[in-house]
Design a protein around this ligand. Sequence first.
Ligand code: URP
Ligand code: ZN
Ligand code: ZN
Length: 460
Amino acid sequence: MSLLIKNGEIVTADSHYKSDIYVEDQTITRIGKNLEAPPNAEVVDAEGKYVFPGFIDPHVHIYLPFMGTVTKDTHETGSKAGLVGGTTTFIEMMVPNKNDDLLEGFELWTGKAKNNAASDYTFHMGVPYFNEKTESQLKEIIQQGIASFKIFLAYKGVFGVDDEELYNTLTFAKKHGIITTAHCENETLVSELRKLLMSQGKTGPEYHEPSRPAWVEAAGVKHFTSFLETTGAEGYIVHLSSEQALNEALRAKNRGVKVSIETLIQYLLLDSNHAELPNFEGSKYVMSPPLRIKSNQKILWNGLERGLIDTVATDHAPFDFKGQKDMGKGDFTKIPNGIPGIEDRVNLLYTYGVKRGNLNLNQMVSLLSTKQAQLFDMFPRKGTIQPGSDADLVVYDPNYRGKISAKTQTMNVDYSAFEGMEIEGKPSLVTVRGKVSVRDGEFVGDKGWGQLVKREPSHF
Ligand code: URP
Ligand code: ZN
Ligand code: ZN
């Protein structure tokens, strides 16, 4: 299998130049002008198009049993949707709950992905408790190629950890060079506020945000970063949504705490008004942390532009409006939290980031691919375009014009949170380790082509 991509504008996190790329088997072997290919090679003309390194979504839920239901995508449908949108590797949260065995959880999630995912993938290993078996089980999981953990400060009783568990997890992580990702919200405040609002008859989706306001998120960030500071472990704050939480994270960074920050494409483009839509439509926008008031968006864009925020993810968690979100009619605490997005992240950041002048192309590549590859121990195999890297490539058409719609999306869910939004660019061809998986914008890959990206811890 060999492939020559000619005349494209190659964009990485730190370069932008016109050149050809030659791919042999699964790897980029040559980059240069006027490259020649053997007669049996496929030749793609990328004149007028960008060629980006395959994008990496560092935070998705493909299989998530949660709040009495399960996310709608399978590893086949979720990875196809990601590929159509230019995501060639996703990092899924593997989230066994308090009653589950960690190794069994590991087998369950890896078993679901294997032979089904069309793109590459890896996992953040959820650690919902820390008991006498945990150390040996986590060592075994690290041996299998997992180099990052996930802990929840929220969702106590399901996934959430107490302080002793948090301390033990981070101490273990530091010793083994693991980076720990964290959902930061103070659970006690959430649960008290929920009870208060419900007792006042405030039961609709618009009360989800007031039940977990920005200072509750900031309190979680402060808590997590204090534990990082004490243990010396390295951390990563997932789905940061607000100015208050950002300020708290930056305060920690400024005093030397090793912590990186992820925001989500929806926090940059949607706001708390969406959760107020009539006819229970607001439930489509219920996620945690919640969509914030619009003034936060400018702060987050600025944080991206100035390099204060490291990555943009989706937290893809697809629940149907009919049959799943509506479980919470009359009680917002029962609306399954999460929105779909794996298909839309790249086109939205290109359109509303690059085209609207909020970011340049190099920053976009860093935020959507390179930084996650570096933080999560996949660089330079993933996250860049250079000889020796996996041939994960996105030939991107900046002349495409279209609108996002649930009617045309690949994600297996009955609505789009970005319905009707204009996009001004789209992947035309996408390769995963050299295999053309999207052609002319359509999925042409193979279920099962995706591999677990095995990683070695480096965060000692
Ligand atoms: O609302 C969300 N974010 N749902 C998915 C689970 C999580 O907290 O990331
Ligand atoms: Zn979360
Ligand atoms: Zn999540």
